[in-house]
Design a protein around this ligand. Structure first.
Ligand SMILES: [Zn+2]
Length: 467
């Protein structure tokens, strides 16, 4: 019996707004002392009133529009009740039946996953349990941090796809600038619903083909690797149960990363009743698209196409699209009428020599152009950049003054190469006897003779030919 898994994800993304979801507290609690970025509102004091953060609503609309979802005409907030020591109000303000965004789709390569919804909510605080102590500690700095929850339809069919989906989603939220998307810091957290089913029922059967199996929810997966491992384990566990004729129980399970297993947390009978009801202190919001004029940046795909037209190498592309600073530099130089080959080379310099990012883009483009034409040798790239940074001189002046320019042309190297070969008969013999590293010594000699003004790659080729 061939079994295939079906996976749905609920992803929580922390938004990087200045203030929290319903108060003006600092939303960046990184490296802050516990319980210092708090106020009566996010501490849940009686009598306080929440005010929704416009920036967070805007970010949710932005994400929804980017993913092709339908932005609500009317949206509201609801209270979701549960008791936990890190939730001072005894309820979380979330969205129940009228989310900011309905539908949408995430497509990457061959993978295309439709979304159920995107809604806004506030995060809870954080508990720590010191080892060997009879108490727990609570830090409410995180309480009230704005989150968007992205809920997919159960359309993912492997743990690898789930990982790919998450990685791409992280790229999008970073690209839109709405979250830092750092999984290690908890900016992106994920719950997964997973079930397995038979691929095909026998033809004679009247049972519906492709019916979903009993779903099990795995909570709190905090890294891409964890998502993949937990899903692999859970799919195997459910498959073994079904193959032995047993049933899968509908339940919520946790993931033990050390042991590499999922474990039961609660079954359906103990599923919490959240007693949702509309948040009475926040009015409904209407006409979101009109009230929040959100303009989307150029789509990531369009930018990718532009980069491909410039022949930016695939490895470089992956680095550029994960780095805000590089993306901005790419925009700056690729939207102007620059030689496409120079754009690709300049981006390669920005990636490999990060210090170059502090130079004027025009400087680096000039450098790229001279490298491509062979006017200067690759070995001079770093010295020229360093000089540009320390002297703030123009590229042309540095080349002139520093003597970097006018590399010795290929045809003028012949004499030097011949004389080096004559002077080093033993090394040449070693090379011809198969000692390949002898060539490096000869190359060094030619470099010395030419005072570093020739391109080592050219010398290398000429030496190989001459020998
Ligand atoms: Zn606050």
């Amino acid at each position: 019996m061939k079994l295939i898994p079906t996976i749905g994800l609920e992803v929580h993304v922390q938004l990087n707004t200045k203030s929290k979801m319903f108060c003006s507290c600092d939303n960046n609690a990184q490296d802050k002392k516990p319980n210092t970025t708090v106020c009566p509102i996010c501490l849940g004091m009686p009598g306080t009133l929440p005010t929704p953060n416009k920036g967070a609503i805007k970010y949710a609309i932005m994400l929804g529009k980017y993913l092709g979802g339908e932005i609500a005409q009317r949206t509201k907030f609801d209270r979701k009740h549960y008791f936990y020591p890190d939730l001072p109000k005894g309820y979380q303000i979330s969205q129940y039946d009228e989310p900011v965004v309905k539908g949408g789709r995430v497509s990457v390569g061959d993978l295309s996953v439709s979304l159920e919804r995107i809604h806004l909510e506030e995060d809870a605080g954080k508990l720590t349990h010191p080892k060997g102590k009879g108490y727990s500690l609570v830090d409410l700095n995180r309480a009230g941090t704005p989150l968007v929850e992205i809920v997919t339809k159960p359309e993912i069919t492997s743990p690898a796809q789930a990982k790919e989906f998450l990685q791409y989603l992280r790229l999008i939220v970073r690209y839109l600038g709405i979250s830092n998307g750092d999984m290690e810091k908890g900016h992106l957290r994920c719950d997964a619903n997973v079930s397995v089913r038979a691929l095909q029922k026998p033809q004679s059967s009247s049972a519906p083909v492709g019916e979903l199996g009993t779903p099990v929810e795995i909570k709190n997966l905090n890294s891409f690797l964890m998502v993949e491992r937990a899903l692999n384990y859970e799919i195997k566990r459910q498959s073994v149960l079904l193959q032995n004729g047993e049933k899968v129980t509908k339940e919520t399970r946790g993931w033990d990363d050390d042991k590499g297993v999922t474990f039961s947390q609660r079954t359906k009978e103990f599923a919490p009743d959240y007693r949702y009801f509309p948040e009475p202190d926040i009015p409904c919001l209407y006409n979101l698209e009109k009230s929040f004029k959100v303009t989307l940046p150029e789509s990531m795909e369009a930018k990718l196409n532009r980069a491909r037209k410039c022949n930016v190498a695939q490895n470089d592309l992956e680095v550029i699209f994960r780095d805000d600073e590089l993306l901005k530099l790419f925009d700056k130089i690729s939207l102007e009428k620059n030689n496409k080959a120079c754009v690709a080379k300049a981006m390669n310099i920005f990636i490999n020599i990060p210090a170059a990012r502090a130079l004027k883009p025009g400087f680096v483009l000039d450098l790229a152009r001279s490298l491509i034409s062979g006017k200067i040798g690759a070995h001079n790239t770093k010295p020229i950049i360093n000089e540009g940074l320390s002297t703030h001189s123009s590229f042309a002046k540095i080349i002139e003054d520093g003597g970097y320019g006018v590399a010795i042309e290929e045809e003028n190297l012949d004499a030097t190469i011949r004389s080096v070969i004559e002077k080093n008969a033993k090394v040449v013999a070693d090379y011809r006897a198969g000692k390949k590293e002898a060539l490096q010594y000869l190359l060094g000699q030619v470099m010395r003779e030419t005072k570093g003004k020739a391109d080592p790659r050219v010398i290398h080729n000429l030496l190989q030919k001459a020998l």
